[in-house]
Design a protein around this ligand. Structure first.
Ligand code: ATP
Ligand code: MG
Length: 454
């Protein structure tokens, strides 16, 4: 009944000639020109004043319709990048694969893209694809209609004209959004083959917008999931980061598992999620990230990936430490801390290959991990040294999550909270007596044993 009504109001059957878009007036969609950012409105107006077509497009229109504040604005136009650049003093052309123009308006940067065309037009350009059909280059300009057809989901193919306050809707995106359906434009299998990242986008956008993925689009995901392996690591990393920082990470990860998409993404994430402690830790970390995102607080990718991979490090660390018990000579078993560093490197090497974790983020991750055993040392000068570490706060938050998940004693986290907040006297009173083995080590260091000759 409601479905019928919505279909009648927003139209599956579009008025006008077949293949023509629905032009939806403000009375039906409710978005006013003042609802979009100043910068995007002025960008569109300027382009239109120069005689070009221009619209706010994609995620921003979708988010506004869904009652979400867009985080950035994209503009689509029939002007070429060069032509766009000539319309704006503060603008620059960027990108190699497909040139886009960044237009700077006050503090805002608006991404302006020229309408893109089909890869395979009769008598036209042939798409460059890899063996699996993944499109490697799609840098063909096209018409507005073609531009709409090459977007991924119907809700992402909406063009808002702030001057007339109309939405141009080629693929019934407005109706789909009302019906809470994420529907692929075209044949889902073909579209996933062209770009397997669309499978991840489906999961992320469904979680973000509270939509259900149309069965046509979700059915092929399981069998096609391994195509993700062909995606360049840097793109995969960007998409994973978007997903994990979407404010809906818990739901996204659950959905990734439900769709059979978690394998090979964060290699071994599935293994981690299958260990009770690991699962609890990862979920707590994602919940806290989601909370921070929703409160508008900054989050650090280093912290996030450190949490996701920690139980992998723990497993490797333990394996390295116990390798002596399996018949190896004890001399070859690394000491506790060197073993941790070995485990950290091994885990990060695997991930770096898959996800192109940048060097800076890898550095942050290691700092957080490396501080963990130092929290156990609560005597003498050592705790003061830990407080001075630049990554102390992140490492401390990480420790609290470990405590909350049951991996370490809650008392350890409380001790550090009090130590951190205490004044000089309170801190001194909290210090624990040195452990017997610490005393021994210190004494040994002071009096080096002279080398013996044999
Ligand atoms: P968000 O901004 O919330 O991450 P978004 O949909 O705006 O989501 P962007 O990466 O900003 O994502 O892309 C802008 C628009 O470009 C999308 O709305 C969609 O129309 C199109 N688009 C992005 N990625 C793809 C893709 N892989 N295949 C087809 N179209 C895409
Ligand atoms: Mg966007």
């Amino acid at each position: 009944m409601i479905r019928k009504l919505i279909t009648r109001v927003f139209g599956r059957k579009t008025p006008g000639a077949p293949g023509e878009p629905a032009v939806i007036g403000v009375g039906r969609h409710g978005i006013r020109r003042d609802d979009i950012s100043n910068g995007s409105r002025r960008t569109v107006e300027t382009l239109q004043e120069h005689g070009y077509k221009a619209y706010v497009v994609g995620g921003a229109v979708r988010d506004l319709l869904a009652g979400i504040t867009p985080k950035d604005y994209d503009v689509a136009t029939n002007a070429t990048p060069e032509q766009v650049r000539h319309c704006f003093r503060r603008s620059r052309i960027i990108g190699r694969r497909f040139q886009i123009v960044h237009v700077m308006m006050g503090a805002e940067t608006i991404e302006v893209t020229t309408f893109r065309g089909h890869h395979d037009q009769p008598g036209g350009h042939k798409a460059h694809t890899d063996d699996q059909g993944r499109v490697l280059r799609d840098n063909v300009f096209g018409s507005e209609k073609e531009d709409a057809a090459r977007r991924d989901f119907t809700v992402n193919a909406l063009y808002f004209d702030p001057v007339s306050e109309t939405i141009i809707d080629y693929h019934h995106g407005v109706a789909d959004l009302k019906q809470k359906t994420l529907r692929m434009i075209g044949d889902p299998k073909t579209r996933y083959r062209e770009d397997p990242v669309r499978m991840l986008r489906a999961v992320r956008l469904a979680a973000k917008l509270g939509l259900s993925i149309d069965p046509e689009a979700s059915r092929p995901i399981r069998e096609m999931s391994e195509l993700i392996e062909n995606v360049p690591p840097s793109r995969l990393f960007d998409e994973m980061l978007k997903l994990l920082t979407s404010g809906h990470a818990v739901q996204c990860v659950q959905q990734l598992r439900a769709e059979g998409l978690h394998h090979g993404l964060l290699p071994l994430l599935d293994v981690i999620l299958e260990q009770p402690l690991g699962e609890r830790f990862v979920m707590l970390a994602l919940e806290s990230t989601d909370r921070r995102v929703r409160e508008g607080k900054p989050i650090s990718p280093g912290f996030l990936f450190a949490t996701l991979l920690w139980h992998e490090v723990l497993a490797k660390w333990e394996a390295l430490m116990s390798s002596g018990s399996e018949g190896e000579t004890p001399a070859r078993v690394p000491a506790r801390i060197p073993a941790l560093f070995l485990a950290m490197d091994e885990v990060l090497d695997v991930q770096a290959e898959k996800l192109a974790i940048t060097r800076r983020i890898a550095g942050d991750i290691k700092d957080i991990w490396a501080l963990q055993p130092r929290f156990e040392q609560r005597s003498g000068k050592r705790p003061y040294g830990v407080l001075e570490q630049p990554r102390f706060k992140a490492a401390y938050d990480f420790l609290l999550l470990r405590a909350e998940s049951g991996e370490v004693d809650g008392e350890l986290g409380q001790w550090w909270t009090h130590f951190m907040n205490g004044d000089g006297d309170a801190r001194a009173a909290m210090l624990l007596p040195p452990k017997p083995d610490e005393k021994k080590k210190r004494r040994r260091r002071r009096k080096p044993v002279p080398a013996t000759t044999e």
